[in-house]
Design a binder for this molecule. Structure first.
Ligand code: EPU
Length: 430
């Protein structure tokens, strides 16, 4: 979708099926190329980041079969089979579309001993360095040539070798790359100061099902015993906690009630307290056909302002920073949201203000003075979550909002427009 037009002021009431997590599915799809046997993955969301990733894998010779109604039904299954990888090169036409392509560094090195990847693109929310990925590969014995444009890595004809890796900074991607590279390395690896997002637990679970030997030995510490090779398995990815929280805010911002299916209350474990503090009530709900879900409403008519900082899991996620900011924009009082992960992840603030919000950026902080009512205007999406957040603001206006660059939403939300319209929203795309 290029442009999204939203007529605001509609209370959203209805039901939405939550997809498998994009940020878990992508890593699990990539990790699948570590094995030469067929792998069946369920609950893969139909979003453009995934379709781009599948295209990249096809250029490497990976066979992909999509089963079932991949385009509409929330339950999608794909089979990945990489008996032989015919290329170890990922060029800029691919990597500029998704940043996650850097996560192929570890698996391709482990599988083929050589890889050349153009430096990644993706959402422009900060500097997004890859030094920690490179440090981890070097520790495992790879030789790396890095230029401004690409990273080339080789194991010099040998296997990667287990090592002790201590991350100086917590990184989701570097943790995942190091895990994937070390599962088939020679000997044992310990990883310290790792990221512990639920999507990483999902990746570990998946790899262990394939025959890897990964053990959590401390809160942020893993022990990995290298195995000769990985086998075959079937896996269903964890629900998308960011998608679920986005729709929870859609319910609250329009003062409606939305039932979220395929998403247990556990999906909200680390943020339910914060959402409850601002006035969002999330309760378990089991459908007639016994599918676990939650029911989301406002717990009080007046929402409450909040002071909050983004930090690695289990703290408040950076991906929800713009989403929560949309709600705080119409919440009476002053909220302060501090962005500690990405230095450039406040680009949506001027766009929010075009809709009548009163938000000021002071360094890493956004000072949000809640307004009574947002109004219509034309705005532009700046990254995936920011664009979804603009759509949330639009739902709360008393006018019409035109969102340019709305394609960002397709990167991470399956059936976004359809889901909201089925709850009574008035959204259309051009
Ligand atoms: N960093 C470095 N060096 C590195 C790697 C990261 O300095 O080698 C820095 C980054 O610049 C950033 C911080 O470490 O300041 C954290 O980055 P991290 O590596 O954790 O992020 P990521 O793996 O690139 C994933 C998600 C993001 C999410 C972040 C943080 C995927 C595909 N992406 O990115 O999701 O915001 O973790 O939780 O899993 C999104 O879904 O919209 C999205 C951007």
């Amino acid at each position: 979708m290029k442009t999204l037009i939203i007529n605001g002021g509609k209370k959203l009431n209805g039901e939405i099926a939550i997809s498998g997590a994009k940020n878990s599915s992508m890593k699990i799809i990539i990790a699948s190329i570590l094995s030469s046997e067929p792998i069946l993955l369920h609950n893969i969301p139909y979003v453009s980041d995934i379709t781009t990733l599948l295209q990249i894998l096809q250029t490497l010779g990976v066979k992909i079969t999509v089963n079932g109604n991949y385009t509409i039904n929330p339950s999608k299954t794909i089979e990945i089979h990489s008996p032989k990888l015919t290329s170890e090169m990922i060029d800029y036409t691919m990597t500029n579309k998704i940043r996650t392509s850097i996560l192929m560094l570890g698996p391709l090195l482990a599988r083929n001993g050589h890889v050349k990847i153009s430096k990644p693109g993706g959402c422009k929310i900060g500097d997004r360095k890859i030094d920690l990925h490179i440090m981890a590969m070097k520790r495992l014995g790879a030789t790396i040539i890095e230029t401004d444009d690409y990273v080339e890595a080789t194991t010099n004809g040998k296997k990667l070798k287990g090592a002790e890796i201590i991350f100086p900074k917590i990184s989701v991607g570097a943790t995942e790359n190091a895990i994937m590279a070390s599962v088939t390395a020679e000997g044992n690896t310990t990883l310290q100061n790792i990221a512990i997002e639920p999507e990483i637990d999902d990746l570990i679970l998946f790899l262990n099902k394939l025959g890897a030997k990964i053990t959590k030995i401390g809160e942020r510490e893993l022990f990995i015993q290298g195995v000769e090779k990985l086998g075959s398995t079937e896996h269903s990815t964890t629900p998308d906690r960011i998608e679920a929280a986005t729709y929870a805010v859609a319910a609250a911002i329009t003062n409606g009630t939305i039932i979220l299916h395929h998403c247990s209350i556990k999906v909200f474990d680390n943020i339910i307290g914060i959402l409850s503090q601002v006035g969002i009530d999330i309760k378990p709900f089991v459908s007639k056909d016994h599918i676990e879900g939650v029911i989301v409403t406002r717990s009080q008519n007046n929402l409450s302002p909040i002071e909050i900082q983004t930090n690695p899991y289990p703290h408040f996620p950076t991906d929800l920073q713009p989403i929560l900011m949309a709600l705080m924009a119409i919440t009476h009082g002053t909220s302060v949201i501090t962005e500690n992960i990405f230095e450039d992840r406040m680009q949506h603030v001027p766009e929010f203000n075009k809709l009548g919000a009163n938000i000021e950026i002071q360094g890493k902080n956004a000072i949000i003075r809640g307004v009574e009512q947002l109004h219509g205007n034309t705005v532009s999406g700046t990254d995936l979550r920011a664009t979804a957040a603009l759509a949330l603001c639009a739902l709360a206006t008393n006018g019409t909002v035109t969102i340019n660059n709305a394609y960002y939403i397709d990167r991470g939300y399956q059936n976004f427009v359809r889901n909201l319209n089925r709850c009574g929203g008035d959204l259309r795309t051009i």
